[in-house]
Design a protein around this ligand. Structure first.
Ligand SMILES: C[S@@+](CC[C@H](N)C(=O)[O-])C[C@H]1O[C@@H](n2cnc3c(N)ncnc32)[C@H](O)[C@@H]1O
Ligand code: SF4
Length: 332
């Protein structure tokens, strides 16, 4: 098994309850990944699966009691580390403690103004996220951002990218919000809205580089599924290991379980979801997440693509027509 990049969801603790969060009610359990599982997984990934990149997520990973150990061991093992954070005060404290330590940051920003962002996350969260990005850049880190888009903030998307451009982020991952966890079906953008946003980004100037999820792809484009290829692993606090976050929250959605220092395959995952890509031509998780998604994609002449299959819209290319596509083995 070759897994170039893996995600470790360190904890379900979180100081926010974002309107769209796919983790949802599990946050109330505040489960932490056992330290022994963290250490064992980091060591196995390095020696057995050729992993070079680790992203720490959650919940809010900066609230994990052993976050310092996670960073120190990750660096000791030679990983390229990245922390995906809501940018709150716990991230600022972490950056001060680890000012000299090399890790990248990805900070979430969902709107262009404090009022709109704070209404989706929590009061003061916009200001804190902007400060975190600024401090990260001052410390010389590679800082990217995540903008998760649905009907609730579609009108803000271009302005949010402009704000992120002024903050000098390296790039922005634009997520398509699906109705998992706290997110409801009325928050989903239609295929037409999603493609229009992609085109508007391509025409706009002053934006940072954007990695746009190819959620709705032209129907003649074949879908390549990262879960099918087993090229990703995502360890969660309850020690379930997913091959794609689209399966999180689905019954038997985990491809493996981490148990006593090794990966144990969940045969029921393969049995339940294994053959759907052949039969539907869409991302195999899509119809389980929302059964209307494939139908609305088909009505618009599209298929539901893999969340790892990104369209890269670079600042230099904005204003041109062609948008290169690539497989980026990082969901966030
Ligand atoms: C689950 S959070 C964990 C890290 C951290 N707490 C944060 O907010 O960045 C990781 C990313 O997933 C995004 N996200 C949450 N729910 C989503 C959904 N339903 N669809 C798409 N992206 C989502 C968040 O906005 C965030 O950028
Ligand atoms: S998106 Fe991140 S900050 Fe918001 S509730 Fe989910 S885990 Fe917490």
């Amino acid at each position: 098994m070759l897994v170039p990049a893996a995600d470790i969801y360190l904890t379900y603790r979180c100081n926010m309850r974002c309107r769209h969060c796919f983790v949802g009610p599990a946050l109330d359990r505040a489960t932490d990944l056992p330290t022994s599982a963290l250490i064992g997984f980091l060591r196995s990934a390095r020696t057995e699966w050729g992993t070079r990149e680790i992203s720490f997520l959650g919940g809010e990973p900066t609230l994990y009691p052993d976050i310092d150990l996670a960073i120190n061991l990750g660096r000791e093992l030679g990983y390229h580390l990245r922390i995906v954070s809501n940018g709150g005060s716990s991230l600022l404290r972490l950056m001060r403690r680890h000012a000299a330590d090399d890790f990248d940051l990805a900070v979430s920003l969902d709107a262009a103004s404090p009022a709109r962002h704070d209404a989706l996350r929590r009061p003061g969260s916009f200001r804190a996220a902007v400060e975190s990005i600024t401090v990260g850049r001052q410390q010389g880190r590679r800082v990217s951002a995540i903008l998760s888009v649905g009907r609730h903030n579609l009108d803000q998307a271009l302005d949010t990218l402009l704000v992120l451009g002024t903050l000098d982020v390296e790039h922005v991952n634009v997520h398509y919000v699906t109705d998992r966890g706290f997110a409801s079906a009325d928050m989903l953008a239609s295929p037409q809205e999603w493609r229009r946003l992609c085109e508007e980004i391509g025409r706009s100037s002053g934006l940072p580089d954007v990695r746009f999820e190819g959620t709705f792809q032209p129907a003649d484009r074949p879908v390549s599924c990262a879960a099918e290829q087993e090229s990703m692993l995502m360890l969660f606090p309850d020690q379930r290991v997913y091959s794609c976050t689209m399966f999180v929250g689905l019954d038997d959605g985990h491809a493996h379980r981490w148990s006593d220092g090794s990966l144990i395959r969940n045969e029921r995952f393969r049995h339940r979801y294994g053959r759907t890509i052949e039969s539907s031509g869409h991302c195999p998780a899509a119809s389980f997440v929302n059964e209307t998604l494939p139908r609305s994609a088909e009505a618009a002449g599209c298929v539901i693509g893999c969340i790892f299959d990104k369209e890269f819209i670079t600042a230099r290319q904005a204003g041109q027509v062609a948008v290169p596509r690539t497989i980026d083995r990082r969901a966030q």
